[in-house]
Design a protein around this ligand. Structure first.
Ligand code: AP5
Length: 215
């Protein structure tokens, strides 16, 4: 499998880019945030365990997350190309991926963006209730207010996109991030991407990076 991880703060644009690349380049997009929100909506055991952590902007414990991601990888065909969005978030999560040849990470992309820009992006984000597509009231507005361009679903604000929870999420991210960057830099597979540019410009750069990396 070609496994690519998207690293970066909440709101740096990982999900926006992963969804586009999955559609245009045949990658399987695995978003742990989307998986957890689906589990919460469906009121599964996982959802009940995870809800409080998401509401507070804290990380769900490693054992829960590692079990979840192992299950998802186990269900994929061997030849898949995978974009991992939101995982790993901690060193134990990163190490688990590299323990098996089938999930070993081949490229880590770090989305770089100023923390104040993150707050504006997240508090203005609106997400499709049906397909999860993210929009932004100012930067990426839908063609019709409140309606998803992709599937016609209703756009809502995520409950963890309030300013106080957003600030907690950014602080949690900053505590863990440097170790992950050092880890992938040590493996010589880390590439930075300037996330403070228009969505389509970033998408083109990422597409070019992925094609040249996995020749
Ligand atoms: P998760 O859903 O993964 O949230 P996150 O990492 O906080 O990332 P976001 O989805 O908020 O941001 P993004 O970078 O995808 O930005 P987006 O593309 O939407 O995790 C949620 C929670 O689940 C965590 O807090 C934790 O509790 C739990 N969790 C998940 N994984 C876990 C793990 N591995 N371990 C433990 N706990 C875990 O863009 C943001 C906004 O900006 C949008 O409005 C978008 O339209 C706009 N935008 C995007 N790109 C641009 C651009 N280039 N220019 C202008 N606007 C843009």
């Amino acid at each position: 499998m070609d496994v690519v991880v998207f690293l970066g703060a909440p709101g740096s644009g990982k999900g926006t880019q992963a969804k586009r690349l999955a559609d245009s380049h045949g990658y399987t997009h695995l978003s742990t945030g989307d998986m957890l929100r689906a589990a919460i909506r469906e009121e599964t055991t996982l959802g009940k365990k995870a809800k409080g952590f998401l509401d507070r902007g804290e990380l769900v414990p490693d054992d829960v997350m590692i079990g979840l991601i192992e299950d998802r990888f186990g269900a994929l065909p061997k030849a898949s190309r995978v974009l991992l969005d939101g995982f790993p978030r901690t060193m134990p999560q990163a190490e688990v991926l590299d323990e098996k040849p089938t999930t070993e990470v081949g490229l880590a992309v770090h989305f770089k963006l100023d923390p104040e820009a993150l707050v504006v992006r997240l508090t203005g984000r609106r997400t499709c209730k049906q397909c999860g597509e993210p929009f932004h009231v100012k930067f990426l507005p839908p063609k019709k207010a409140g309606i998803c361009d992709k599937c016609g679903g209703e756009l809502v604000q995520r409950s963890d996109d309030t300013e106080s929870v957003v600030r907690t999420r950014i602080a949690v991210f900053q505590k863990q991030n440097q170790s992950l960057l050092d880890y992938y830099k040590g493996r010589k597979i880390l590439r930075d991407i300037d996330a403070d540019r228009p969505v389509d410009v970033i998408r083109k750069d990422l597409a070019a990076l992925l094609s040249s990396w996995f020749k």
